[in-house]
Design a protein around this ligand. Structure first.
Ligand code: MOS
Length: 732
């Protein structure tokens, strides 16, 4: 493949996005559209004893108020509420199901009115009373009730004994606070009602997942509910599970037989999934030369009372660093909160920050350069399964990032580097993520004028799926990209899973490749069989599609135009759909890797921290598009800066309620917080992973960034902060 693949191609949907032509879930219109405003609970646990809507119903323009006592029936069984990304054990939350309150800001009513302002105003007139029950929302206070749910890897050797006997030992707890998704686009659904079907425009990372979910919750068939989500204004985990607004909009549309739109408020976004608060305990034991003998990583994370949400925070060391003894565990504390959800690099973003900060502390104790320690412990095999990697260019990541950063000029002593009134700190960390791939189908319709429409139910959550699908199709069909139209994210299109886990680039590219191969075969057959064909007698397997022609090699005299070949077969169009499965292969470990180097400058008197430079060198196999790829990693780095320095949802445990549920008080990085970000794609040929050697980029860019910054802060100040975010008060 060469041509468009691998180049810095601009987004094919860029113009639609910047001109406002791209429509998002809350922007679709419908005749007689109603607007729903969600009313949420103000206690974390208990029962609703009174919910009087009579005041709201008197307001002109209010059509109905849906509550648990007054709503269209929902499925009873837990199974009906499971979707492909929520196989968590437990009983999934069902909005307006009954009178019980399971978390603060749980939806308890939906006010539906002719316009949004009326619905919002009427919502203030609801008269609600509760019977409160004792609750717990504080992880550190409830730490003792943690139960083990997951052993990410079997223990090897005797980690406790090896740690106790180690010449150099480092043990500490690292804390990740609750972090909330703050995508630009709020959760939104427009459910367009027709007599015999619903068209649901939803903010989601997986339209077919939402379709299946709604069908099972409302007892409908797939031809009765169609889900569409052409553009997504940021998601990265928040749009994986179908969220409650899509249930409520569907419920209201079916009950009222009208089209209904619900857009949650920014505050209400905090009543949904988040990165769980986690205590990460890491223990490392080493010999004086830096050889690791023991790795212990135990995570204690928050989940809700009603579901077990657990991701793999620990165990990453098993893949990165050689150690004869290791033990990992993942424990959960059940609290009266909403269930957490995936958030960019779930598990790794949290777990690797702890591991990589601990490695930095160990390097200091050993008086070793932190890069050197990592090279000393470098593992060419995944120790958990004792497997080689399909590819692992992590050494090159360290080397290239260090060179670009100028790491050799670092004075290792803390507080040794300055720039005027600012202390300068240089820190580094490793990143790792999985290279996953899933079955995806694509359909290609080629018309005799040499245009192709490529379609799949796959989403583009802003990552660039439209663009890479067009690039791969153009190359595979030998057509200019302008001749390719891509349609995505409609449940009526060919099969695709949710876009997540960094698997969509590899998965969708190979689906397109498979469908294009069927097109090639059909064109080859036609071209060879054509009367007087210059390709007569050619083995169709040798026929290629290149520069709009059906050809053999580069010999222009031996080629046939697509139009001629299709005319010879009396075809106006050729349509091929293919579901691509990747071969099952357990012979290799599959991961992406990165090395992150960060510079911070800290005002010595005020403690103000600026991240002035980040170099992130990523090895992720073949990069389909260096422009959209670079943008993904840059976005991830910004999020990593947020994780290290800004983000924290603060709960008032007296009320079990988040105090800063808005983006004025929940801090995320703004433009002024972002300085130089340098993304390096390390050359990594991968012959094992899949035909094109693609590994995926969605998550790897954030992993390692928070630790590199924390390590830089230590280097600048000599102050080790093990509790995110590193705000200035922690340095004074
Ligand atoms: Mo990503 S957290 O798998 O959307």
């Amino acid at each position: 493949m060469n041509g468009y693949v691998g180049t810095a191609t601009s987004r094919v949907d860029g113009r639609a996005k910047v001109t406002g032509a791209a429509k998002y879930a809350g922007e679709f219109a419908a005749d007689g559209l109603l607007h729903g405003f969600v009313v949420t609970a103000t206690i974390p646990r208990g029962r609703i004893t009174r919910l009087d809507a009579s005041g709201a119903l008197k307001v002109k323009g209010v059509v109905d108020v849906l509550t648990h006592a007054h709503r269209h029936p929902l499925a009873d069984k837990d199974e009906a509420w499971k979707d492909e990304v929520a196989p968590e054990k437990g009983s999934p939350f069902r909005p307006l199901y009954d009178d019980s309150i399971k978390f603060n800001d749980q939806p308890i009513a939906l006010v539906v009115a002719e316009d949004w302002e009326t619905a919002k105003f009427a919502a203030t007139l609801l008269d609600v009373a509760y019977q409160e029950e004792p609750f717990a929302t504080d992880l550190e206070a409830e730490r003792g009730s943690a139960t083990e749910v997951q052993k990410p890897h079997e223990p090897r050797g005797d980690a406790a004994a090896a740690l106790a006997g180690a010449a150099i030992r480092h043990e500490a707890d690292y804390l990740v606070p609750t972090e909330h998704h703050n995508p630009m686009e709020l959760y939104a659904t427009t459910a367009v009602w027709e007599v015999d079907r619903l068209t649901v425009y939803d903010k989601t990372q997986g339209v077919q997942n939402v379709q299946k979910f709604l069908c099972s919750v409302f007892g409908k068939t797939p031809d009765e509910i169609r889900v569409i989500s052409p553009y997504v204004g940021g998601a990265f985990g928040s749009g994986l599970r179908p969220q409650y607004q899509v249930v409520l909009a569907t419920l209201a549309a079916l009950q009222l037989k009208r089209s209904v739109r619900i857009v949650l408020t920014r505050h209400q976004m905090y009543g949904l999934g988040y990165r769980p608060e986690t205590i990460e305990h890491v223990g490392l034991g080493a010999r004086p030369d830096g050889t690791l003998d023991a790795v212990v990583h135990e995570a204690i994370a928050v989940t809700s009372r009603y579901e077990e949400f657990s991701r793999n925070d620990t165990g990453w060391a098993e893949q990165l660093y050689k150690s004869a003894n290791s033990r990992y565990s993942h424990q959960l504390v059940r609290l009266d909160v909403a269930t957490p959800c995936d958030m960019r690099a779930p598990g790794a973003a949290s777990g690797v920050w702890a591991l990589e900060c601990a490695m930095d502390e160990l390097a200091n104790a050993l008086k070793l350069d932190p890069v050197e320690l990592r090279l000393k412990c470098y593992s060419d095999r995944d120790q958990s399964e004792d497997l080689p990697y399909t590819s692992k260019q992590l050494r090159a990541c360290y080397r290239q990032a260090a060179a670009a950063f100028g790491w050799s000029n670092r004075n290792p002593a803390p507080r040794s580097m300055r720039d005027g009134k600012e202390l300068v700190g240089w820190g580094m960390a490793t990143g790792i993520w999985e290279a996953l791939q899933m079955p995806v189908a694509a359909r290609i319709v080629l018309t005799a004028n040499g245009h192709a429409e490529v379609s799949s139910a796959a989403s583009d959550i802003g990552t660039g799926t439209y663009t890479i699908v067009a690039q791969v199709a153009a190359d595979a069909l030998g057509l200019p990209m302008d001749n390719i139209t891509v349609k995505l994210a409609d449940s009526s299109l060919p099969q695709a899973p949710v876009e997540g886990g960094s698997w969509m680039a590899a998965s969708s590219a190979h689906a397109v490749l498979a469908a294009a191969e069927d097109i090639r075969q059909e064109l080859a057959r036609l071209a060879v069989a054509m009367a007087g064909s210059p390709l007569a007698g050619t083995d169709p397997a040798d026929v290629i599609l290149s520069e709009g022609m059906i050809a053999v090699g580069s010999d222009k005299s031996r080629s046939v135009s697509i139009a001629d070949a299709m005319r010879s077969g009396s075809l106006e169009r050729i349509e091929k759909e293919k579901l691509n499965h990747f071969a099952e292969d357990k012979s290799h470990a599959r991961n992406t890797h990165s090395a992150v180097f960060a510079e911070v400058k800290i005002d010595e008197e005020l403690g103000v921290i600026r991240v002035t430079r980040v170099v992130n060198a990523v090895a992720a196999g073949r990069i389909l598009n260096t422009k959209t790829g670079r943008s993904q990693v840059m976005g991830s780095v910004v999020w990593g800066i947020g994780m290290a320095l800004h983000e924290e949802a603060v709960m008032d445990h007296r009320f079990g309620r988040i105090m800063n549920a808005n983006i004025a008080e929940y801090h995320i990085p703004v433009n002024a917080d972002i300085h130089d970000i340098d993304v390096i794609f390390v050359d990594e040929q991968d012959e094992h992973i899949n035909k094109l050697g693609i590994k995926g980029l969605g998550e790897i860019g954030i992993v390692g960034v928070p630790a590199a910054i924390a390590n830089a802060v230590y280097h600048a100040t000599g102050r080790r902060v093990r509790r995110f975010p590193i705000t200035l008060d922690k340095l004074l």
